[in-house]
Design a protein around this ligand. Sequence first.
Ligand code: M6R
Length: 613
Amino acid sequence: MCGIIGATGLDDVVDLLVEGLERLEYRGYDSAGLVLTAPGELWRVRAADGTRSVAALRGLAASAPRAATTGVGHTRWATHGHPSVENAHPLFDCTGRVAVVHNGIIENHTEIGERLEAAGHTITSATDTEVLAHLVEEQMAGGLSLTEAVRVTLTMVEGSFSIAVVSADEPELLVAARRNTPLILGLTDGAALLASDIPALLGKTDRLFVLDDDQLAELRPGSVRVTTLAGAEVEPPALSIDWDLAAAQKGGYEDFMSKEIREQPRAVADTLLDRHRPDGSLTLDEARLSDDDLRRINKVYIVACGSSYHAALLAKYAIEHWARVAAEVDIASEFRYRDPVLDATTLAVGVSQSGESLDTALALREARQRGARVLAVTNVVDSSIARDADAVLYTRAGPEICVAATKTLLAQIVALELLALTLAQVRGTLSADEIDQIMESLHRLPGMIEEVLKREKEVDEVAQALVAARDFFYLGRNVGFPVALEGALKLKELSYLHAEGYPAGELKHGPIALIEPGTVVVGVATRNPLWDKFQSNIAEVKSRGATIVLVANDGDERAEALADHVLWVPAADQLLAPVVDIVPLQLFAYRLARLHGHDVDRPRNLAKTVTVE
Ligand code: M6R
C-alpha cells in the first residue's frame, strides 16, 4: 500500500530510486514519482499511467540532473484523491522547496488543510498527504531545521504514516518517520537508504535496520541517526534476513506469480524443516511461549485478512480436532470493533504474510490490551506484528512479490497445522505416534504439490474451455470450504470475473437462485467424510444447468461421472488436503487471467500490503 524508496550519498541515485520503485510496485501502482535534491532546488517527475506508471517514470527520469545524489520516490495506491499526476507523490509545499512522500492516512488532514489555507497556503492536490509538506514549510519558515520541522509536524497529525521528507535547503538530508506502517533503513560506507519493504534494498546493502513506531530517522551520506519523536536517541535493531536478490527477481519466469506458484513445494518443505525433534517432540523455536503457557490456553482467536484469513479458517479445523481447544476466526478489520471476550487464557494468533496489514496489527494490539497472549504467524522477519507479539512463528516462503498470495498461503497453512500439533502435544490430546504420523503426512505434501504442478496443461485446457464464462461459484464442505473461498478470491482478484465461495450445504438457502445455464460451479470434491452430501449439493446445481468443475482425487470415478471437467490431485490426509487442493485453483485463476489479457502480478485496484484501515 504505497511504496517509498529513498537514498542519499549515491552518484546513481536516480537509478536506485527507479529500480527500487520497480521492486515496490506490488505495494501500489496507481501513479509514481520521484524527487531529487538537485543543487539549490528540487527536481521532480511524476506519472499516472496505471500499472505502467513506474515504467513511464523511468522514461521521464532519463533527463534527471546527474549531479544529484539524494532523492526519494513513491509508488501510490490511492486513498484520498483519484490516481492522477496532481495527486502523485512527492508532494510539494507552497515554495517547491520541501517534498514529502507518504504511506498511510493522515486522518485529520481536512482540519489541518483548512487552517493552512486560512493562513495563506495553497493546497494543490486532493490528497491527505500534502498538508505535511505545508506544515514542514511553516515550521522551517519559523526557523527550525528540516529535522525539527518534521518532528513538530508529526505532533500535529493523527493517523498512520511512514514518510520521507527532503528540502532544497539541506540537500543531502533525508528525514523519515513512521507510525503503524513499515519503513526499513539501510547503510553503506558512503550512503544511507530507506524503503517500505526489504525487497527494494536487497543487493544494495546487508546493513539493514527497522524504524519503529514514533521514531524519526535522519539519513546523511554514510550515517543514520534515529530518535524518538520526543527526541531521545535510539539504537535501531539490525535486521537479519536470509533472502537473496534472486528471490526477489523473476528468474526467467514470465511473471512473479508463475515463479511463486512453482516455489510452493520449497516454501512448504522449508516451513516444516527442523520442527520435529529426534525424540518425537515438536519445536516451534521462534515461538517464545512455554509449554505451561500453552497448557493454560483455553481459547484460540485467529485474526487475519484476505488469503491469510482462509489459512486461519483452515487452522480452526486442525486446532479444534487435534488439540480440542475452541478456536474462533475473525476478519481482522471486524475483530477490534465488536468487543471480543479475551483474557490471559486466550491465545490470539495473527496471520499475515507481510506482517504489516494494519487491520491485523491493530487487532493483535487490541487482543494484547485485553490480556491475551499474542502469537504472530508471518513471512517477514521483524515485521510490525512480529515485533509486537509475545511470540512469532515464521513461515519460510521467501519474498512474495505477486499481489496475489500463493506460496505464503500454503506456508501459513502448514505453520498453523504445526501450531495445532504443538497445542495437541502439550495438552496430551494426540499421542506421540499420532503426531509422528501427521508429521510424516505433512512432509509428503511438497511432493504432492510437485505432482499437481506437472498437470498444469490439464488445468489450462479447462480454463480454455471456460474462457467465456462470467459467473463462478466455488463450493466446498469442511476444509473444502476455505479452499473454495480461496479459489474464488484468486479468480476475482486476477481475472475480474464474478466468483463467490460458499459452503456447499448453504447454497440451497438462497444463492442457488443465481444458478442458471452458463454458471460455472467449481467444487472442492477431494476425500472428505461429507463426500456423499457434497455430491448431492453438486447434483442440485447440475440439474439447474451449471457447468461443473471438480477438484477430485486421482481415480475418483464418482467425481468423474458428476463433472464436466475434473482437476485431478493426489489424495492427502483430510486436514492437510487443502495444501494440495488449492494449487489447481491457483493455476486455473492464473490461466483465466492470462487468457483475458490481465497483468497477473499487478491486478487492478489492489496493493500487496494494506497499511490503511
Ligand atoms: O500480508 P497479509 O497476509 O496480511 O495480507 C492479507 C491480504 O491483504 C492478502 O492475503 C490479500 O487478500 C491477497 N491479495 C490475496 O491474494
